[in-house]
Ligand binder design. Structure first.
Ligand code: PNS
Length: 162
């Protein structure tokens, strides 16, 4: 069985993440969306809230082979724990490449048998990031179409102060 982890902060999950997740779910037998339980990045949503939102997305798109989970510590150790042989990352633009190159080199050093598979964002979503979504919604912008509909209200209620 081919198992992969799609790791990230997902603060919050966007339509760009959904793009990558849909591609991964069509290629792998089982996909774990691994929410990094990090304290250093000052997330707006708690890990539990992020997992809950991703579960709503999974339900709403009937993704039967996708599981939302959270992890602490090293990604490759989490991957080993759940028997995942592959990591999934999305690439939006050349600016992502250097960061991803560093992560890949470190993960490869730590666990050479675990391979990373990259999906290019669709051009329509290449400008999207969780940070820009948080910024524009907090300034009053409508983010419909930029995040999955089923989590739009939760994100807007938390961040839109106008
Ligand atoms: O969506 P993000 O925030 O760019 O995801 C980054 C993530 C979660 C993939 C990365 O920070 C990570 O794997 N963190 C866990 C710690 C780890 O394993 N670090 C080694 C690779 S640099």
């Amino acid at each position: 069985m081919k198992i992969c982890v799609y790791p990230g902060s997902f603060d919050p999950f966007t339509i760009g993440h959904l793009d990558v997740l849909t591609s991964a779910a069509s290629l792998f037998d089982k996909v774990y969306v691994g929410v990094l339980n990090n304290t250093s990045k000052n997330p707006v949503f708690t890990p539990d809230e992020r997992v809950e939102m991703i579960r709503k997305v999974i339900d709403s798109y009937s993704m039967k082979n996708v599981i939302a989970d959270q992890f602490n510590g090293l990604l490759v150790e989490y991957a080993k724990k759940i028997n995942a042989g592959y990591l999934i990352r999305g690439l939006r633009a050349i600016t992502d490449f250097e960061y991803e190159f560093q992560i890949d080199a470190m993960n490869h050093h730590l666990a050479p048998d675990i391979k990373t598979v990259y999906f290019m964002s669709s051009p329509a979503h290449s400008f999207l990031s969780s940070s820009t979504i948080k910024e524009v919604v907090s300034l009053g912008a409508d983010i419909k179409g930029l995040v999955p509909d089923c989590i739009l209200d939760k994100i807007t209620e938390r961040l839109n102060k106008k």
